[in-house]
Ligand binder design. Sequence first.
Ligand SMILES: Nc1ncnc2c1ncn2[C@@H]1O[C@H](COP(=O)(O)OP(=O)(O)OP(=O)(O)O)[C@@H](O)[C@H]1O
Ligand SMILES: [Mg+2]
Length: 458
Amino acid sequence: MTMGDARIRVLVVDDDLAVRQALSRTLEKIGYDVVVAEDGQEGLDRLRQGGIHIVLADLKMPKLSGNELLKAAKAIAPDVEVIVITGHGTVEDAVEAMKEGAYDFITKPFKRVQLEKTIRKAAEKQALVLENRVLQARVDELQGAGQIIGTSPAILRTLELVNQVAPSTATVLIQGESGTGKELIANAVHHGSPRRARPFIKVNCAALPETLLESELFGYERGAFTGAVARREGRFELADGGTLFMDEIGDLSLATQAKLLRVLQEGEFERLGGTRTLKVDVRLVAATHADLATLVREKGFREDLFYRLNVITIQIPPLRERREDIPLLAQHFLGRYAVKNAKTITGFTDEALDLLQSYAWPGNVRELENVIERAVVLTRGSMISPADLPETLAGADQAARHLVISVGTPLEEVEDRLIEETLRYARGDKTLAAKLLGIATRTIYRRMKGEPQPPGAG
Ligand SMILES: Nc1ncnc2c1ncn2[C@@H]1O[C@H](COP(=O)(O)OP(=O)(O)OP(=O)(O)O)[C@@H](O)[C@H]1O
Ligand SMILES: [Mg+2]
């Protein structure tokens, strides 16, 4: 059976040699590629290498049961269809497996027609899933999703660093304000590495309380705590061979920091409630909006862990420090959301672009993206105009044109603030600011250096 160019590859996992052989022969005769594994663990290892479309797994196996394999498969390769094989009269197990996301089940001893029919249906579904993937990839390409937009020196330097460090296994720490693109960069690091075909697993350290986070990271054994009814793999295990992205790492408790340090140092850990030491090969990429160095000084973050993480730091500058990227990003998001909303919008009026470029963007690129999406939805014209933008943007511009000064403010301070605000209004253009203020440009340079001025100078 083929799917476009690729043949459907079935992974048969059964501890019984006779069953494996019988299944392989039947499936090969129908025209599938067949790979076999003797137990769940081996099956999982094979699955991690990729290229499997359908898993046919016995439910009762040593080491890792079919059900555990099913769960792990859904986490590592969610698109793979799993069909479970059950013994005669064990319907409950089959139902359980279906609940966990199995595609179907077949009962032993199976009839060839039954097997053929079930696998064919799963293969057809796989073909659709893969077709969708290809289409989605094409849409992404057209819309530039995952693409890092920007031509400012600051962003180009960032990208250069990404290209340089991605192929290594070095731990990367990404720092930047919220919405600056930390996750996008983390993705780029993974996709630029030889691990790109292996899992990219994310965990947000700020989203979970300490104990839950530890069980997410390291997994747990059955009975490790109330509610741990079955063993579960942690994110470190799932990321084996790939990259683990730990977001908001500044929020880790000191206790979890200690455990993480051990994994980084020795590459090993135990599941919660477990005694077996597990070894993994994981590349860590961490991100935080907090300043970790300051946290270290304030004793909220372990210094040794900081140095482990900080092998390479990628600092993403806030959007207001790379305003030249704003028009590009705005146009990029405009294109994406116009397509999504089936609207024909060609661009921005000059006034709208001015507003976008002079706003401070405390929420950075994410905020810009939201503003553009909203504008695309709201606008009735073919150009985005100031009326389509939130009032905060115009308000910011208004505020930039007015100063509120209390009676009795020292004249020198008034002058300083006036120069400062005029400069900001002129977007740093000193000649323009000087012209607006009716003073010489060199006076602005002098004042910026903080030299004391004789009264009335300039
Ligand atoms: N340079 C860029 N080019 C294109 N899109 C970008 C760029 N930077 C950020 N984005 C987009 O902005 C949004 C926010 O980016 P991302 O989630 O990576 O930021 P973050 O720093 O992780 O934010 P937070 O701190 O809020 O989690 C995403 O939709 C991302 O695709
Ligand atoms: Mg993020």
